[in-house]
Ligand binder design. Sequence first.
Ligand code: UDP
Length: 239
Amino acid sequence: TNPKPAFRRVLLKLSGEALMGEEGFGIDPKVLDRMGQEIKELVELGIQVGVVIGGGNLFRGEGLANAGMNRVVGDHMGMLATVMNGLAMRDSLHRAYVNARLMSAIPLKGVCDDYNWAEAISLLKSGRVVIFAAGTGNPFCTTDSAACLRGIEIEAEVVIKGTKVDGVYSDDPFKNPEAVKYDVMGYNEVLEKELKVMDLAAFTLARDHNMPLLVFNMNKPGALRRVIMGEQEGTLIKA
Ligand code: UDP
């Protein structure tokens, strides 16, 4: 096996749902700490890790709007949900003796730092994990868009998206047992086949800036490390 990591700086996108584990809502501390440990392993390999965290385990603006709430207010709640997840992740990393900072696109004085591009890069260079919360700071956006945006900003070599499945499939593998998994794909192939990797805004941002995307199963122990070591794991999407 290849002992050298395939990447130097990565942007890891974790969905809020990933933190939920088997629970229907909120954060499962066991799952949170397991993810913290996996991130710690990357830091120990010398990888610079930026993390964008979702909020779907708590609130989604779209869901709140469907229930009658104003969409912008719902999205504000969704973004604050990502800050809560970010606080939990920072705490988990600190308990695991990993230096981590939490930066929010919405200023929350006394709770976490404000997002600052230059500071984020200098923290990453000094081995700190930087967690980016509150998405892009704008309603009608997703944390997948935030992941691609921050990934491009910090000049990550790849945006790694943790999901519940092993990668990108020709069809929903939970519903169709015939679905086949792709190992490597081009951006246009994903668009032509109308495969759901991310929302279109996020996906085209990545494509337009030539940011490779790697989709893998966050629930599979050790999979993140294998991704980082450049072993065949998940699906890589690139030009
Ligand atoms: N959100 C937003 N702008 C952003 C990112 C997120 O308004 O740039 C809100 C939106 O309401 C979204 C919620 O935050 O539903 C949680 O984010 P997301 O659904 O992307 O979380 P995930 O699915 O990754 O858990």
